[in-house]
Design a protein around this ligand. Structure first.
Ligand SMILES: [Fe+2]
Length: 453
């Protein structure tokens, strides 16, 4: 899908525009470079590297859906307590530069070199990859120049999720691709050096929208949930997925690295999950093997069409018993949240703390969950300041899991501009450690990463 599939709507007043083109969802049109930005407070001098964040920013000014705009990366270079530069760049994709290029040809073939690369940006094996789940990754430099499509030396033959998981123990990158045609779901494993070493077709009943997945130290976890592909919607252009009351909902658990095998599927209550927070292996009181999966879970999604986001995802836990097949489900909190994250060095491992954006109720907040005590702490930004996803960076010499920094971009309504903000994750109620006013508004986006030097 590209932002140019449908013509820009003439003469739209601000109020008539869809939400994803209004207010701070609206795209920006300048690629800006600014050096030596002013810091209020003090940036931790140990933060040496780049913060990069992806989001949809349709170059034409119009896109049929929030998820369909051209990818734009906003990046900051931090070094020794200084904010050395900010820049924003469109990912120079074929979707951006070849408006007539079609991802799905008239003969039904799919060209995965075409895609908007708008969802996430991750680094693995020294490659920085902008990702969108319809297509191949697009490699960038840390200065945000586009290098080009990355298909793992021609080995990748499906799309790649925007949410690969990098195992902190092995350095492997696990991911999947999904699509409209069989096999609807394929699992891939890339070794620490960047070689694609395994691809396995996974059997699922039909084509569903699978945004993210999970790993543990020993397993990979797929979510097959009832937001299904709809050919009629696809023909109309826009988001070709809708809720299906009859599809059911299941979570599949498969041993990492197992060859020619299939997941064990666990039926769960129908729901939708864009993003798990984390997953890990566990053993219960009876010595049985379990997998614990914490998610931002929607009771339903897109029943009234794909522009309808109810923003009612809450933190929720599935506990799957690998020995008995039993499933336990439990809500863990009633705040509305999205963009849950944990420390990258705990992906797939037991985590005590998780962080999420809770900007959907009266208070705009980053919430920190203590999953051991069940407590939560918030950093509230007030009515006029709206944060995005918070990325956790461990503090140098940190002792506790929450010794570290939370990086986010905050939109300030009163100034119609944006700040880069650093919070102390161990003290959520404290004032921001550092605030860097950015030279322009940064539209609400999706996901980002900290790239340590
Ligand atoms: Fe996502």
């Amino acid at each position: 899908m590209t932002s140019t599939e449908n013509p820009p709507q003439a003469d739209q007043t601000e109020a008539k525009k869809p939400f994803h083109l209004r207010g701070n969802y609206a795209p920006v049109f300048d690629e800006v470079t600014a050096h030596d930005l002013e810091v209020v407070g003090s940036l931790p001098p140990e933060l040496n590297g780049h913060y990069v964040r992806n989001g949809a920013n349709p170059k034409s000014g119009w896109s049929p859906h929030w998820f369909a705009g051209d990818g734009m990366i906003h990046g900051l270079r931090l070094s020794g307590g200084n904010a050395e530069w900010y820049r924003n760049r469109w990912v120079q994709t074929r979707a951006l530069n070849e408006p007539d290029a079609k991802m799905i040809g008239d003969d039904g073939t799919v060209d995965r070199t075409i895609g908007v690369s708008n969802t996430h940006i991750v680094r693995h094996a020294d490659k920085l990859l902008a990702l969108v789940e319809s297509s191949f990754p697009c490699e960038l430099s840390t200065e945000l120049d586009t290098i080009g499509v990355h298909d793992f030396g021609g080995e990748l033959d499906t799309a790649m999720t925007a949410h690969p998981k990098i195992c902190p123990i092995t350095g492997e990158m696990h991911f999947f691709g999904y699509g409209f045609f069989e096999p609807y779901l394929t699992y891939h494993r890339v070794d620490a050096s960047g070689q694609l070493v395994q691809s396995e077709a996974i059997d699922v009943p039909g084509p569903t929208m699978i945004h993210d997945f999970s790993i543990t130290e020993t397993q990979v976890i797929f979510m097959d949930l009832p937001v299904v592909f709809d050919l009629d919607l696809a023909m109309k252009g826009g988001m070709p997925y809708r809720w299906d009351d009859d599809y059911g909902a299941r979570v599949g658990v498969m041993e990492r690295g197992a060859v020619n095998t299939q997941p064990t599927w666990f039926d769960v209550d129908p729901c939708y999950v864009f993003h798990p927070m984390n997953s890990f292996d566990a053993t219960n009181d009876r010595g049985e093997r379990e997998v614990v999966i914490d998610t931002a879970r929607y009771p339903e999604l897109w029943k009234q069409g794909s522009t309808n986001f109810n923003n009612d995802a809450e933190l929720y836990r599935w506990t799957l018993n690998l020995d008995t097949g039993a499933v336990a489900e439990a809500g863990l909190d009633d705040r509305q949240i999205e963009f849950p994250r944990v420390a990258e060095h705990l992906v797939g491992l037991p985590n005590r703390y998780g962080y999420a954006d809770s900007s959907f109720q009266e208070q705009n907040a980053i919430v920190k969950y203590d999953l051991e005590t069940g407590e939560a702490a918030e950093h509230r930004f007030g009515n006029d300041r709206i944060p995005g996803e918070a990325v956790f960076v461990p503090a140098e010499g940190g002792v506790n899991e929450d010794d570290g920094w939370l990086l986010t971009i905050v939109y300030d309504k009163t100034r119609d501009s944006s700040d880069f903000v650093v919070l102390d994750a161990s003290d959520m109620s404290a004032d921001a450690v550092a605030t860097v006013a950015l030279p322009q508004r940064v539209p609400f986006g999706f996901h980002g990463s900290w790239l340590d030097d």
